[in-house]
Design a protein around this ligand. Sequence first.
Ligand code: ADP
Ligand code: ASP
Ligand code: MG
Length: 412
Amino acid sequence: MSRLVLKFGGTSVANIDRIRNSARHVKREVDAGHEVAVIVSAMSGKTNELVAWCAEASPLHDAREYDAIVASGELVTAGLMAIVLQEMGVQARSWQGWQIPILTSDAHGAARIQSIDGGEIVRRFSERQEVAVIAGFQGLHGDSGRITTLGRGGSDTSAVAVAAAIGADRCDIYTDVNGVYTTDPRVVPKARRLDRVTFEEMLEMASLGAKVLQVRSVEVAMNHNVKVFVRSSFDDPAQPKPGTLICAEEDIMEQQVVTGIAFAKDEAQITLRRIADKPGVAAAIFMPLAEAGINVDMIIQVVSDDTTTTDMTFTVPGADFERAKALLAERREEIGYTVLQGTDDVVKVSAIGIGMRSHAGVAARAFRALSEKGINIRAITTSEIKFSVLIDSAYTELAVRTLHTLYGLDKP
Ligand code: ADP
Ligand code: ASP
Ligand code: MG
């Protein structure tokens, strides 16, 4: 007997038929004698609808009320999943975040899980053979007693954190693709499913745009050594397939130099031209952005021809573009730039692979391949196991496919 967590994302619970099919996966594991906790997302599209309603009600809405509203999607699917399981003869009970409780910080809209009391769930496993169906994405801030949510895609994190809290042997993330691919299979049909991927690579892939897992869920899995599989809820429940295992580096026999290509469209580029080239300029630009909670990613400083001035180019999340421009415009004299330019019509394309640690020239090959396709690179960043290029968004697919082929990732 094993203890398992099964998580079903939005498309896997999109309607009653889909919930029924997902429930068959649960029943299979219960029939095999396992103890099962289920985490559900809201029906696909539901959270978007709730978010849009908040914005329509007031563009500057109260974050605590936002959480009260958007957490409601998961309540519905938790109850429905419990009913469908009961109808199949599986003992099941639904749980909202506060009932467990799943305690979080008070960062409404992006709360972090602090602790989960799995005691009652585990007691019911042994006393009643009861499946716990838990609403994902939500928690409770203990001091204020308010409902919180974990950020978009947060049900993945709920699942992995519950798995850690109840000491599960495995956490299966059921979604609409049958594993983690070398890149988004919806964009590159030649993408290949990976049998295994390391925590480090998955962390980079998720933070660089592959939304198949929420970044935080990978962090929690890595820190608590939770065995996570990504698999498809659309597979026949009678013939389950393993999907992709997220695991430690030593569990992978053969490493590719590049494991995957990710891309993120929610980027914006800002350039400040002809700034006086003297100490303190970078601080004058980036301190106010940091204080406003705006994350700066890529930074390039170029000395102009006259050597007394410099140009500074950097990227910020697309959602913060207008705010960042307004902040810099207010400080124009203080910073001392002449022109502020910006565009959010850019995409960050990244290649990720642990093998980059031991291979030189991996990024250089990409720069050549992209230039041969006429793709101009606006900015570059590199780190130990990845590099990213910022390009015009019109070239997204061409760039992703070019790199995918270049590093030998295409399906044979
Ligand atoms: P869920 O609703 O089940 O949480 P998501 O939509 O959040 O599902 O994540 C699954 C989607 O992630 C897939 O449909 C796929 O388009 C996308 N995706 C992006 N990059 C990858 C990748 N490298 N491998 C697999 N899926 C990816
Ligand atoms: N329903 C939430 C969202 O759409 C959480 C999740 O699906 O993981 O972001
Ligand atoms: Mg998701």
